[in-house]
Design a protein around this ligand. Structure first.
Ligand SMILES: NC(=O)c1ccc[n+]([C@@H]2O[C@H](COP(=O)([O-])OP(=O)(O)OC[C@H]3O[C@@H](n4cnc5c(N)ncnc54)[C@H](OP(=O)(O)O)[C@@H]3O)[C@@H](O)[C@H]2O)c1
Length: 179
């Protein structure tokens, strides 16, 4: 079965996914009167499950309200040991090397994954486990914060598949790993 790992994420011009204090309000700084989802629902139709780091999971939980995902979420953490009652059956906890984590997820029958969270994405990239990058760039310089990219053992080449402009301000570029 063909397996695919997709990153779908928004970053600042200077490459951060959250500000110095984890702030993400700037993601919504461009007026979006028609609530264009910029490909989010299409992505969700393409994936079977989501893999996210503990910090991103806690950010999602902090929004309150209903759990926003229909697909199963694998939360990566060394520090969490319990799942909130309301999320039993909707999330699972995993830890370890990305390749090991992927093996466990594939063994459960999931093959197309949305990989989310800065540190998580960096580790998957460092093991060359990302097949697609869909990166939305918001025109703001944050000057610091949580970086999208980190150090790699080796350069990774991608093909640009498509680049689109949303709301006259936001550029979204879709890259596929050349293997
Ligand atoms: N701009 C956007 O579109 C966007 C999207 C997603 C997130 N964000 C923001 O980005 C920030 C989160 O970024 P982050 O760099 O902290 O990354 P993250 O990947 O969300 O979380 C990092 C944490 O995940 C756990 N983890 C990661 N890899 C693991 C592994 N292999 N095994 C076990 N646990 C692992 C660790 O948790 P433990 O400490 O529990 O071990 C680690 O501290 C948040 O502020 C979030 O809101 C922005």
């Amino acid at each position: 079965m063909k397996q695919k790992n997709i990153v779908f994420i928004a970053k600042s011009l200077d490459g951060y996914i959250a500000g110095k204090n984890g702030e993400i309000d700037w993601l919504h700084s461009i007026p979006n009167p028609d609530n264009d989802d910029m490909g989010y629902h299409q992505l969700m139709d393409e994936v079977d499950a989501i893999v996210m780091g503990r910090t991103t999971f806690e950010t999602v939980c902090s929004f309150g309200g209903d759990w926003p995902y229909e697909k199963h979420v694998f939360v990566l953490s060394h520090s969490l040991s319990e799942i909130p009652d309301s999320l039993v059956g909707k999330i699972s906890l995993l830890k370890g090397e990305p390749s090991n984590i992927l093996r466990q997820i594939h063994d459960k029958g999931y093959s197309n994954l949305y990989i989310d969270g800065g540190s998580t994405i960096q580790q998957f990239l460092n093991e060359d486990l990302i097949d697609e990058l869909r990166i939305t760039t918001i025109p703001i310089l944050l000057g610091g914060g949580f970086p999208l990219f980190g150090v790699l053992e080796q350069p990774l080449k991608f093909d640009l598949i498509e680049s689109r402009i949303f709301l006259d301000q936001i550029v979204q570029s879709h890259y596929k790993r050349i293997r």
